[in-house]
Design a protein around this ligand. Structure first.
Ligand code: ATP
Length: 466
């Protein structure tokens, strides 16, 4: 083993970390602002070549942890367009949204609860009249134009409306994935032999016309959720199951790179709980803009199945053959945002390291499982005698790992480029490789280099990447 780079020392970044992440994400092809060439469309983003790999890896990790390796969880993939009655049953048509307030001067719209909380520290969510009074009495200034001339606080429904040929009335783009799970409850029970307690999991798009989108990909108008409806017996000891889910949710965040101390639980106070919920906990992560909701867990009682049963006239019950017992299951709902997971992964991985006296590198220390590119394959020189066998090696490695071939600029610069996108291993093919049939493998985190026989390379990397 040899090292040709000095061991780096840690140093606090000087500029705003979030700005650096946003800029790196665009520059290196993780995340681009949506519809940018037309001036952008707020609350929407595209995921570039690296972003889509990272996103897929996060979703696969989730699916593996919560679905394919669990005998008590099955998957489903429902439509985005769902019957309008479903949203009546769930209460979304009547009241899914936040309270808004408009500045009469500059016409900007704000979430009333956020405006009040930022200005006074008071949490008045759900109390529109009180919020109107506080905004006016305390002459809260518009964060945009700094004047104080407001409309009344009003509820705003965040569902996106659309129409469908042959259907009367409004169709909505689903504002959460859960609805698509509940409508398939009966089909899943009938078509599988799964026994209570069991979960139905789904990953998919959700759309919310957020009053204010922002903080990069934290609050979007189009995003993805990973959700599980976990069905339990009404008399089950749900407290144990609830705690177990919370731990698993935190575990998942840590598998994406979160440190335990950057996660915290926020239990909703009784007076803010929905009438059907026994307990709701937000799992918050310390983003650069503060602790904010990352995931959530709610005990939803029998609200969903009872309501869908009422509105659809279908019995949505579970029959326990062994006990000859029929009942409406209760539900625990762990929910995860894909983009908030991706943002966590970027934030947790980002590091600036000083190397030696006057050198520095930016490194994304992604956990290896989610790194978008696993291996970079680099010929020491562009000469054909090296590029030809290196390309052959690249082809071989690419069958096993997402790999990148790079032959431009110095080897040092190429290492830095791979560090910046979080590639765990760089494989360099040099002139000696022609003779000794070995390559140099450089580790992203330690920057140490090892000479590995080409015949053993795939096995070596498989072991390291596992
Ligand atoms: P918030 O309080 O931040 O608005 P919420 O409580 O409305 O979130 P849920 O309805 O519980 O969120 O949604 C489940 C998960 O979906 C959240 O924990 C989050 O990870 C993700 N999520 C919700 N809204 C958005 C959004 N606008 N953009 C990106 N992810 C979101």
């Amino acid at each position: 083993m040899k090292t040709n780079e000095e061991k780096p020392k840690k140093e606090e970044p000087v500029l705003d970390k979030m700005e650096k992440i946003v800029s790196l994400a665009k520059r290196r092809g993780f995340v681009y602002p949506g519809s940018e060439i037309y001036g952008g469309l707020s609350g929407t983003y595209s995921y570039g070549p690296l972003g889509v790999e990272l996103k897929n890896n996060i979703k696969q990790l989730w699916w593996k942890k919560f679905v394919s390796t669990r005998p008590d969880v099955v998957g489903v993939d429902g439509p985005i367009l769902l019957h309008p009655k479903l949203w009546e049953a769930s209460g979304h048509t009547e009241g899914f949204g936040d309270a808004m307030v408009d500045c009469k001067e500059c016409k900007k719209r704000f979430r009333a609860d956020h405006l009040v909380e930022d200005a006074t520290g008071k949490d008045l969510e759900g109390k529109n009249e009180e919020m109107t009074k506080v905004i006016q009495d305390e002459k809260i200034k518009c964060p945009n134009c700094k004047k104080s001339n407001w409309t009344e606080v009003k509820d705003f429904n965040m569902m996106f409306k659309t129409q469908m040929n042959g259907i009367e009335g409004d169709i909505y783009l689903r504002p959460e994935t859960a609805g698509a799970i509940f409508v398939e409850f009966k089909n899943i029970v009938d078509s599988t032999r799964i026994k209570i307690p069991f979960g139905i999991a789904q990953i998919g798009k959700a759309f919310r016309n957020e009053i204010v989108a922002g903080n990069f990909i934290f609050r979007l108008r189009e995003f993805e959720q990973m959700e599980i409806e976990y069905l339990i017996h009404p008399e089950a000891d749900w407290g144990i199951l609830f705690d177990d889910w919370i731990v698993k949710q935190e575990e998942f965040a840590m598998e994406l790179g979160a440190k335990k101390e950057d996660l915290r639980r926020l239990e909703h106070p009784k007076e803010k709980l929905s009438h059907y919920s026994k307990k709701t906990v937000d799992i918050e992560y310390k983003f650069p803009f503060g602790f904010k909701e990352l995931y959530g867990l709610a005990h939803r009682g029998d609200f969903d199945l009872t309501k869908h049963s009422e509105f659809s006239n279908e019995k949505l019950e579970y029959f326990d053959q062994d006990k000859n017992e029929r009942f409406t299951p209760h539900i625990l709902e762990p929910t995860f945002g894909v983009e908030r997971s991706l943002l966590l992964a970027l934030v947790a991985a980002y590091e600036e390291e000083k190397i030696g006296e006057d050198d520095e590198r930016v490194v994304l220390r992604f956990p290896k499982k989610i790194a978008p590119v696993k291996v970079a394959v680099l010929p020491l020189s562009k000469k054909e005698e090296l590029s030809k066998p290196t390309l052959e090696l690249f082809g071989k490695l690419n069958e096993h790992f997402v790999s990148q071939y790079d032959d431009t600029q110095s080897i040092g610069k190429r290492y830095r480029r791979q560090d910046e996108i979080g590639t765990p291993y760089c494989v360099t093919f040099d002139f000696d490789s022609l003779e000794d049939k070995a390559v140099t493998v450089r580790d992203r985190d330690t920057m140490q280099q090892e000479r590995i026989n080409i015949d053993n390379l795939v096995d070596y990397l498989k072991e390291k990447l596992n």
